[in-house]
Every structure is written in structure tokens, then in C-alpha cells.
Design a protein. Structure first.
Length: 95
């Protein structure tokens, strides 16, 4: 069961302030691709999501390290404010 909090920052200045407060180190970038039927049936009727995500190390916004890919199926996505919960299954994808 995945449980997470998601927050929206007000603007770029808030993002820069938060980034400056975090420990310095490598940045990890993600690229996410979501899949659904043309009519949005997967997300709307079954509260599900199918995603392929690439993740790797980056410097100044550019990929510099190995990118690992995985596919994720989320079922029963529920949201209450900033709190999200879903059953989640992940599997590596070979590029």
C-alpha cells in the first residue's frame, strides 16, 4: 500500500527557497509517462493508473547518470486533500 503526501508550491521562488534549504548532493530527475484509454476509463472508473518512470542522476537539469526504468500499476487511488493512498505494484523495465 502506497501512502504519500503531495503539496503544491506557490511559485518558483518557493521552490528555490525549499531547494536551498535541502542538503546539497546529486539531483535525481524523473520522467513519467502515464497511459490510459482514449476516453480516460482507466483513471476515472477504476481509480487506477499505469505509469512508466525513468529515474537518474542529473546536474543542472540534464541526465548524467544511468537511467533506471520501471512500470507501475496503481489501483484504488484515493485522495483526501494532500493525502493519497493506493495499492501499488512495480516492476523494472529494461531499456
Amino acid at each position: 500500500m502506497e501512502k504519500e503526501l503531495k503539496f503544491v508550491l506557490a511559485d518558483r521562488a518557493a521552490y528555490d527557497k525549499l531547494l536551498g534549504a535541502l542538503a546539497k548532493g546529486p539531483t535525481h530527475l524523473q520522467k513519467n509517462y502515464y497511459f490510459d484509454s482514449a476516453d480516460g476509463r482507466l483513471g476515472q472508473s477504476s481509480r487506477s493508473a499505469l505509469r512508466v518512470r525513468g529515474e537518474g542522476v542529473a546536474e543542472e537539469g540534464e541526465w548524467t547518470g544511468l537511467v533506471d526504468w520501471e512500470i507501475t500499476l496503481k489501483i484504488g487511488v484515493a485522495q483526501e486533500g494532500a493525502y493519497f493512498q493506493a495499492h501499488e505494484w512495480n516492476s523494472p523495465v529494461e531499456a
